[in-house]
Write a protein that binds this ligand. Structure first.
Ligand code: ZN
Length: 271
């Protein structure tokens, strides 16, 4: 796929400061960037927005809000306050979308967590509408169900987005989390039809994964059929950015210029 349709999540090149990543991406002909909150340290949302705008890159999303599920009411309230601050930052950044890692707690059932997630998203809706920022529920692989997300399939995310029923709430499809699901094609078409397919994230799944969080593969390095999933996403009417999102202790240790070359080659050939 052509690089103008490529967006990279700033965490992918974690060793680079945000300004540096922005300059390198623009120089490489990449079209967009999704900005992680941790990347704003030392620069702030306003300055980052100016730098990105000057580079010609598009801000695709702000990552990540969520973590709504907690047994204690006080913690749930704190989570909503955090998300409201993130909405303000997203507005300063000029991001049209916040990706939600919804949260889970091993101290309560997944059903209870899912209800708290829905309540949390609904509490943010008036502010999201006012700022014109959409919220994308990102289902996470079931290996994270204990403590990172009680939303683990695209079917669950679609159910929730449809139950909320707002033009400001949809879903993010990340191949790392969803590639194994036998219902994936059906569920991608479902969210496409509803206008709920807001983001598409790519990387690869390594059969010999060494770390549950920080050992994602570069596209083409694992077992995900990216071209097949791309055909489903396009059939669902999605023509936005394909976002490269790779957390990798291995790649973070590499020379980041060399790594960016690997990313752009893989994107052109494998996505
Ligand atoms: Zn993702």
């Amino acid at each position: 796929m052509e690089l103008t349709r490529c967006c990279i999540h700033s965490i992918t090149n974690k060793p680079w400061k945000l300004e540096q990543a922005v300059d390198k991406y623009a120089e490489a002909g990449i079209g967009g960037i999704s900005v992680w909150q941790s990347s704003l340290e030392g620069i702030g949302a306003k300055n980052a927005a100016g730098h990105i705008k000057a580079s010609g890159l598009e801000v695709v999303s702000y990552v990540r809000g969520g973590f709504f599920a907690h047994p204690g009411g006080e913690e749930r309230k704190k989570a909503i306050d955090n998300n409201k601050r993130q909405l303000e930052e997203a507005a300063e950044l000029g991001a049209p979308l916040i990706v939600l890692v919804c949260g889970a707690s091993p101290a309560q059932s997944l059903e209870v967590s899912r209800q708290q997630i829905r309540d949390g998203i609904e509490a943010l809706l008036p502010m999201a509408e006012e700022l014109n920022i959409k919220l994308a529920i990102e289902p996470l692989h079931p290996m994270y169900a204990a403590d990172r997300s009680a939303v683990n399939t695209l079917g669950q995310a679609n159910d929730m987005a449809e139950a909320i029923g707002s033009g400001f709430v949809g879903v993010a499809v990340d191949v790392y989390h969803l590639w194994w699901d036998g219902d994936l094609q059906k569920e991608i078409l479902r969210c496409g039809k509803n206008g709920h397919l807001l983001a598409y994230h790519v990387c690869d799944w390594k059969a010999n994964t060494l770390d549950m969080l920080n050992d994602r593969g570069l596209m083409g390095e694992g077992c995900i059929d990216l071209k097949k999933i791309r055909s489903w996403v396009e059939a669902a009417g999605f023509h936005g950015f394909h976002e490269v999102e790779i957390f990798s202790d291995i790649y973070w240790q590499m020379d980041q210029d060399e790594y960016l070359k690997k990313i752009t080659t893989a994107f052109r050939e494998k996505c």
